[in-house]
Design a binder for this molecule. Structure first.
Ligand code: F6P
Length: 360
């Protein structure tokens, strides 16, 4: 029996998407032979599935992509909350995705993505499609897996940024505030902050007190270290903002003219300490380029396990790493849940032990 599978990548890209796609594809060709499986690449995530933008792939399409950044299929953000909403184009998205699956005669759909992608994957699974998920995101915030592919490459890049800021901050006796991606979860900031030896780590899960951050910088200056490095997650907020609703928070920020956490923190610290303070925003560089060796290995393992789920006809699952072992979770058990940093996380505890301030 010839099998036919679809693969899509959805949400923000990250290093390791192509390595994961390659893992799925190569494991399938090995198992069924080049003539025993047809692979359909779906362009631009769920948008491609809605609009039947698909391409028949050849085995050679999956060669030479282990090391490449981005995604060979392209990706797009198609918010889960809009999936059941009929917009101006009058398209019933869920119906359209099911129709494409049928039209393309797919036996299974592989979805590579983060939290939003997993919610839509679960929806499609509930709608009767055979779906297998793969956990991607530099944010590392997918429930039920200790790690997602893309995370460690991004930690490496952010660490390199912090290393470079150290030498320039030290030379000038400045405070440098680096903005690390992560709107809801602070894993990337926490890990790169520890790896880069940041003096302060500021994450959304631990609202900060600006006076405590300023005092920590001043204390370092008093002890002879004029420079300080703050690793700040883009979604960080202070103790006052923690009590505000999302809209109130946005208004407060717009009124102050300083929309980003790093801008607010930098200007307040400079005013409080009198030490020149600068902001660095590496932004999407944190998601670009080649995956690290760790992520290539993880992506290959995840891709192979996802292919095995197909061999076992075990659908409605997403692969995961649990206690150092590659395994899987039911989509229904993890969709809609976010894995946040907890205050008692071992990395938070270790950082505090070596004197890192979280500004709380
Ligand atoms: O989800 C990954 C992520 O990089 C987040 O860390 C960040 O908040 C967001 O995507 C940025 O989104 P975009 O690429 O759409 O600007």
């Amino acid at each position: 029996m010839k099998r036919r599978i679809g693969i899509l990548t959805s949400g923000g890209d990250c290093p390791g998407l192509n390595a994961t796609i390659r893992g799925v594809a190569k494991a399938c060709y090995e198992k069924f032979g080049n003539d025993g499986i047809e692979i359909v690449g779906i362009n631009d995530g769920f948008s491609g599935l809605i609009n039947n933008q698909c391409k028949e792939m050849e085995p050679s399409d999956f060669s030479g992509i282990l090391t490449t950044g981005g995604t060979i299929f392209g990706t797009k953000r198609t918010p889960f909350k809009m999936m059941k909403v009929i917009e101006d184009d009058n398209v019933n998205k869920v119906k359209a995705m099911k129709e494409t699956y049928k039209k393309q005669k797919l036996d299974c759909l592989f979805t590579l993505g983060g939290n939003g992608t997993h919610k839509t994957a679960n929806l499609l699974s509930e709608e009767g499609l055979n779906v297998i998920g793969l956990p991607k995101t530099i944010d590392n915030d997918i429930w039920g897996t200790s790690v997602t592919f893309g995370f460690h490459t991004s930690v490496d890049i952010a660490t390199d940024v912090i290393d470079r800021l150290h030498t320039t901050a030290n030379s000038h006796g400045r405070i440098l505030v680096v903005e690390i991606m992560g709107n809801k979860a602070g894993w990337l900031t926490l890990y790169s902050g520890v790896a880069g030896g940041a003096d302060m780590i500021v994450i959304p899960e631990i609202p900060f007190d600006i006076n405590k951050l300023s005092d920590a910088c001043a204390k370092r200056a008093d002890s002879g270290k004029a420079f300080s490095i703050l690793a700040v997650a883009e979604g960080a907020f202070d103790v006052e903002e923690a009590n505000l609703k999302k809209k109130e928070r946005a208004k407060k920020r717009a009124d102050s003219g300083e929309k980003t956490a790093t801008a607010r923190i930098a200007s307040a610290i400079e005013a409080n300490t009198g030490i020149e303070t600068r902001v660095c925003v590496p932004g999407h560089m944190l998601r670009g380029g080649s995956p690290s060796a760790y992520d290539r290995v993880l992506a290959t393992q995840f891709g192979c396990r996802a292919a095995e789920l197909l061999f076992e006809e075990k659908f409605g699952y997403t692969v995961a790493m649990v206690e150092e072992k590659i395994t899987e979770n039911k989509l229904a058990d993890i969709a809609g849940k976010t894995k946040f940093v907890t205050p008692d996380d071992q990395m938070v505890v270790a950082a505090r032990r070596i004197g890192v301030s979280f500004g709380d």
